[in-house]
Design a protein around this ligand. Structure first.
Ligand SMILES: C[S@@+](CC[C@H](N)C(=O)[O-])C[C@H]1O[C@@H](n2cnc3c(N)ncnc32)[C@H](O)[C@@H]1O
Length: 467
């Protein structure tokens, strides 16, 4: 559009918006209208647009490359369109697909990179929203990167003879520059040296938290990594929707405890990570929630460290934080809870190392991971160490997913709640006054909230009486 003659018929706000697009493209614009809005007048004052005050005449189309009809008179717009089409001039009629021979997409401008999003005129609002989403995902400094690639091109051609080498360098450089924008400025000699030192490098493992289930709770960094990794090893807790984000040609390996009835041991997983990284591949180890919270992330890293493999860790939203938020349970609250404890009900070995006495103290929130099968023991232990049997509790099943269920009740009835409502894994047990707020603050449209009827199971009543 640069230096092309364009005509806008109309002088209101819509016309002003179109004018700004054309000016951005450095077109030469004339506008015709009986009157003009302030914004247009201001631009005319700066000599950016020529204004013709008066009625539209078809002679004005003479020499025009493109015309936009932006009046609120449909008949007038129609006339502009018909005449323009007769003369093979591109025409766009605002909000009128039938009368237009072209439409204007929503544009992401990181010149020289341009991305246009079009809904074929059906919904400019949707196109704009998609543009915003893309914009958010795009790395910064893309324009700068493209300019650098343009300058690098002749040297790359000289330096690498084989097509595969050129491709490998370009891929490496683009990934490196996106991850470290400051590298864009490096001089070419430095870049080639860096590439050469990396070319024989071992791969890297990224230990990535996938969050509790809702794919939108993935971090931007996690998303970028799973979209670029060569290999992704994932656990049973990682949802299908998240796995769909993985690069299509990446190798996806399920290392859940029970995968196709084969028992994948922790040692097997550790070794796979090392093997793939040693092949020079970018490996993502994807875990539910946060990798450092009851996720054996630490053990895997120790193994990688011992094998001299590079790694990085990307935190994820842990189940306690994600599920409590989606259930409307604030984990702390100035009136009820001054601290929060994350506890695993699944311990290594026979002897429990859980300090039940301190867990029974007041004014705190307890979140038990992997506790479904231990609800009886949790209840008995807490009550025996002095926790009130009527302490509010909540069970959160498949938190943050479309199937989230929240069951609230009192501590003494916890095992019967699990049984009665057939609560399934993965689930969290939350103990503390804050859980009663779920009845007031539940907000998630897909979540089912079940408030248990206040009752005491006879068996538990007896046990409590005997404590
Ligand atoms: C092995 S731990 C992994 C925890 C994970 N690293 C994290 O930070 O959330 C698995 C336990 O996390 C809890 N969990 C994970 N995702 C959950 C979800 N969407 N809803 C409820 N509980 C969940 C359950 O208690 C499950 O047994």
């Amino acid at each position: 559009m640069k230096d092309r003659q364009c005509l806008i018929v109309g002088g209101g706000e819509v016309a002003a918006r179109k004018l700004k697009h054309l000016l951005k493209a450095q077109s030469k614009v004339t506008m015709v209208s009986l009157d003009f809005c302030d914004e247009v007048l201001a631009l005319a004052k700066q000599n950016q647009v020529t204004l013709i005050e008066g009625e539209y005449q078809s002679e004005l189309l003479e020499g025009m490359y493109l015309v936009i009809a932006a009046t609120d008179d449909r008949m007038a717009n129609r006339i502009v369109s018909i005449v323009a089409q007769e003369r093979n001039i591109w025409v766009n009629v605002v909000d009128d697909l039938e009368l237009s021979t072209f439409i204007m997409p929503a544009v992401i401008d990181r010149s020289p990179l341009l991305i246009a999003v079009s809904s074929s005129g059906v919904s400019p609002v949707l196109a704009r929203k998609i543009r915003e989403k893309i914009e958010w995902l795009l790395p910064t400094a893309l324009g700068k990167l493209l300019n650098k690639l343009k300058k690098l091109r002749p040297e790359v051609k000289k330096k690498f003879r084989r097509m595969s080498e050129k491709k490998r360098f370009s891929e490496w450089y683009i990934d490196t520059a996106i991850a470290n924008p400051e590298k864009i400025e490096s001089n070419n000699v430095e870049l080639f040296e860096l590439f050469e030192s990396k070319i024989n490098h071992k791969g890297k493992v990224s230990l990535v938290g996938a969050g509790p289930g809702d794919p939108e709770l993935l971090t931007v960094k996690a998303l970028k990594l799973i979209q670029t990794a060569d290999v992704v090893l994932y656990d049973a807790l990682v949802s299908q929707e998240i796995l769909e984000q993985v690069r299509k040609d990446a190798k996806l390996i399920h290392v859940g405890k029970r995968c196709n009835k084969h028992f994948v041991t922790q040692d097997n997983t550790n070794q796979l990570l090392v093997d793939y990284a040693q092949q020079g591949l970018e490996v993502v180890r994807l875990k539910g929630g946060d990798p450092f919270i009851f996720g054996r992330g630490g053990e895997e890293l120790q193994y990688l460290k011992a094998s001299d493999i590079d790694f990085q860790v990307v935190p994820g939203i842990t189940a306690a934080a994600g599920c409590a938020s989606y259930a409307g349970i604030p984990l702390t609250h100035r009136d009820y809870s001054q601290s929060v404890r994350f506890i695993t009900a699944h311990e290594k070995g026979e002897n429990s190392r859980i300090d039940w006495k301190s867990l029974a103290a007041e004014n705190q929130t307890l979140v038990f991971y992997m506790g479904l099968g231990k609800s009886q023991q949790i209840t008995e232990k807490l009550i025996s160490f002095g926790k009130s049997h009527s302490t509010p509790v909540a069970l959160i099943e498949k938190g943050t997913t479309k199937e989230q269920r929240v069951v609230t009740g009192e501590l003494h009835e916890l095992p019967s709640l699990v049984e009665h409502y057939q609560v399934q894994a993965p689930a969290l047990i939350v103990v503390g006054e804050v859980t009663q707020l779920a009845n007031e603050l539940a907000w998630h449209p897909n979540s089912e909230l079940i408030q248990s009827e206040p009752y005491l199971s006879n068996e538990l009543l007896e046990r409590v009486a005997n404590l």
